[in-house]
Design a protein around this ligand. Structure first.
Ligand code: PEP
Length: 247
C-alpha cells in the first residue's frame, strides 16, 4: 500500500473542500486506486466538517497535531486525541518539524503517540535531520535517536506510519539525492525493524515533493509514499504527483 498525505498547515476555509472533492473524484475513478490511500490533514477548524463529509468517500482526514493527554485538560487552545477521534478524524501527524521547533520534546511526542494510539488514531510520526545535522554527518544518529526516544516496541506498528522529512527540504525546493535517500530510508527501516522485532511500519518521504520530482522517488524501494505540503493546496498539483508516480 502506498500513501499520499496532504498537509495543509495553516491553510483552508470551509469552501476549500472543493480542492479535496476534485482529488476524491480522481481517486474514485483512477485505475490504480486500490494501490494507495489519500489522507489530508486540514487545520482543526475544518476537521469535523471534512471528516463527516468524507466519511464514506475515499479520502481520510487527520489532524496536524494533538495534545499529549487524554480527554480534557485546562490547557488553553489544546486539542486532545480523544476530541480529534470524536469528530471522525482517523489520523494525526505527530512530531512535524514545525512543532518540534516550537518546543515539542521527545517525552511530549512519546505521550502524544501513546494517547493518539489509545484513542484509535493512526499516527504519522515525523522525523528528520536539520541542515546542521546533515553538514556534520549526524543524519543517521539523529534519526535513530528521534525514533528510539519516542516509539516503543509495545506500540502497535500497524497504526504507525513514519514520515522522513529532512528539515532543510521542507518548503525549500531542495531534495536529497537518490543515493542519499536510498541510504537514509534503508537506515530508518533497519532501526524500525530492530525496534519492532519484525516488519517495519510504512516509511514516507516528505520535503518539496511535486509532480516533476516524484518519478525519482518511486525508484527507491523503501519509500512507501509521501507527505506533501505546498503541492497539496492545489488539486492539480496533488493529482499530478499521483499520476506521475504510477506512470
Ligand atoms: C511538510 O510541511 O510536511 C512538507 C513536506 O512541505 P513541502 O511539501 O511544502 O516541502
Amino acid at each position: 500500500m502506498r500513501y499520499f498525505i496532504g498537509n495543509w498547515k495553516m491553510f483552508g476555509v470551509p469552501k476549500s473542500i472543493n480542492i479535496l472533492n476534485k482529488i476524491n473524484s480522481f481517486h474514485s475513478k483512477d485505475k490504480n486506486r486500490r494501490k494507495y490511500r489519500v489522507i489530508f490533514t486540514p487545520p482543526y477548524t475544518l476537521l469535523e466538517t471534512y471528516a463527516k463529509y468524507f466519511r464514506n468517500k475515499r479520502i481520510s482526514i487527520g489532524s496536524q497535531n494533538c495534545y499529549q493527554k487524554d480527554l480534557y485538560s485546562s490547557n488553553t487552545a489544546a486539542v486532545s486525541p480523544f476530541m480529534i477521534r470524536a469528530v471522525g478524524a482517523k489520523y494525526t501527524l505527530i512530531g512535524h518539524s514545525d512543532n518540534r521547533s516550537e518546543g515539542d520534546t521527545n517525552d511530549m511526542l512519546k505521550d502524544k503517540v501513546k494517547f493518539a494510539l489509545k484513542n484509535n488514531l493512526k499516527v504519522v510520526f515525523c522525523i528528520g535531520e536539520n541542515k546542521k545535522d546533515k553538514k556534520n554527518n549526524r543524519t543517521f544518529s539523529v534519526l535513530k535517536n528521534q525514533i528510539t526516544k519516542v516509539l516503543e516496541k509495545k506500540f502497535n506498528r500497524n497504526n504507525i506510519i513514519v514520515a522522513y522529512e529532512p528539515v532543510w527540504s521542507i518548503g525549500t525546493g531542495k531534495i536529497p539525492t537518490k543515493k542519499e535517500l536510498e541510504k537514509t530510508t534503508m537506515h530508518i527501516k533497519k532501526v524500525l525493524k530492530h525496534l519492532f522485532k519484525t516488519k517495519s511500519p510504512a516509511v514516507l518521504y516528505g520535503g518539496s515533493v511535486d509532480g516533476s520530482n516524484v518519478e525519482m522517488f518511486k525508484e527507491i524501494r523503501d519509500i512507501d509514499g509521501f507527505l506533501i505540503g505546498g503541492a497539496s493546496k492545489s488539486s492539480k498539483k496533488f493529482i499530478d504527483i499521483i499520476k506521475n508516480y504510477y506512470r
